[in-house]
Design a protein around this ligand. Structure first.
Ligand SMILES: NC(=O)C1=CN([C@@H]2O[C@H](COP(=O)(O)OP(=O)(O)OC[C@H]3O[C@@H](n4cnc5c(N)ncnc54)[C@H](OP(=O)(O)O)[C@@H]3O)[C@@H](O)[C@H]2O)C=CC1
Ligand SMILES: O=C(O)C1=N[C@H](C(=O)O)C[C@H](O)C1
Length: 270
């Protein structure tokens, strides 16, 4: 049976991309919500997303709205996402969460909720980035003891969190594969007379500008050579396709916290 999909934050950049891709793929979106008091309540979801009429009026997020879909997708912000999570737990609904910029405590709330409902959380739902996590681990195992490791990310001017969730995931994957604790070795930006680069650090650099959708590079710089592994998203639809694929994959799963590696059938990361 076709999964019924709900979209929280339908008016966001990702919310609208999800509606467009769901329409292209003829998936069944049975609910789409906007924040309480929004003037968009009652507007047709397809009209909002610029992809024709869906026959689905946007609703305020509420327990009644949540009952109208089996799997909910959330690309909002950390605080609203956590209140959506509580609604999904209360109603026994599965959830795909793409929100980044979470604190450890907020991530722990997702972990706790996954004891009751099936959840996929991933900071990046594209195939390429999830493959890149493996490539970066391989490069780190081969070059990581002598090369300097830097992670560079670029996003649009509207992005609120930094470094991106993807950059943090790349850093964490690399750190695990070279047995370093990211909390101890991460360096976030540099300024002034800071001296030579300590060898085992992992540096993060953030660029923000215009409408850049999402670029990530893992740089392994040694003396005499350097390796760069780069992913560039050219459309938000790539993230939306991943999230919708995850929603179909998650239907009928047992409660638990699942990864995009599992959704995509890739080996689990080290
Ligand atoms: N995992 C992945 O593959 C990807 C993750 N992301 C992440 O997804 C998140 C959203 O990104 P993006 O779509 O660009 O962001 P937008 O700002 O475009 O959308 C955010 C959505 O959240 C809603 N929202 C914000 N605050 C509240 C609130 N307090 N209560 C209710 N609703 C609220 C907004 O509603 P309103 O329109 O009314 O303001 C909007 O619909 C970010 O964390 C981003 O990093 C993004 C792309 C890919
Ligand atoms: O905010 C965005 O736009 C994106 N956020 C995600 C992140 O923080 O890694 C993923 C993607 O790069 C787009």
């Amino acid at each position: 049976m076709m999964t019924s999909i709900g979209i929280f934050g339908a008016n966001g950049r990702m919310g609208r991309a999800l509606l467009n891709v769901a329409k292209e793929q003829a998936l069944t979106v049975t609910a789409a919500t906007v924040r309480s008091g929004s003037t968009l309540v009652g507007v047709d979801a397809g009209e909002l997303a610029g992809c024709g009429t869906f026959g689905l009026p946007l609703a305020e997020t509420s327990v009644d709205a949540v009952r109208n879909a089996a799997v909910w997708i959330d690309f909002t912000m950390p605080e609203p996402m956590l209140s959506h999570l509580q609604l999904c737990v209360a109603e026994g609904k599965a959830m795909i969460i793409g929100v980044t910029g979470l604190t450890d405590a907020q991530y722990a709330e997702i972990q706790a909720a996954s004891k009751h409902i099936p959840i996929v959380w991933a900071p990046n739902m594209s195939v390429g980035v999830n493959l890149m996590l493996h490539l970066a681990q391989t490069a780190a195992k081969v070059m990581g003891n002598t090369a300097d490791i830097e992670i560079i990310e670029a996003h649009h001017r509207f992005k609120k969190d930094s470094p991106s969730g993807t950059a943090m995931a790349i850093g964490a994957s690399i750190a695990r594969s070279v047995n370093r604790d990211l909390n101890e070795v991460a360096v976030y930006g540099r300024e002034g007379m800071i001296g030579e680069r300590p060898q085992h650090t992992i540096g993060f650099a953030t660029v923000r500008g215009g409408d850049i959708i999402g670029d990530h590079t893992a740089l392994f710089a040694d003396l005499g050579e350097r390796l760069e592994i780069t992913h560039k998203a050219s459309s938000r639809n790539t993230f939306a396709q991943g999230a919708l694929r995850a929603a179909l994959w998650l239907q009928n799963k047992q409660p638990g916290l699942y990864t995009m590696q599992q959704v995509l059938g890739l080996p689990e990361l080290a």
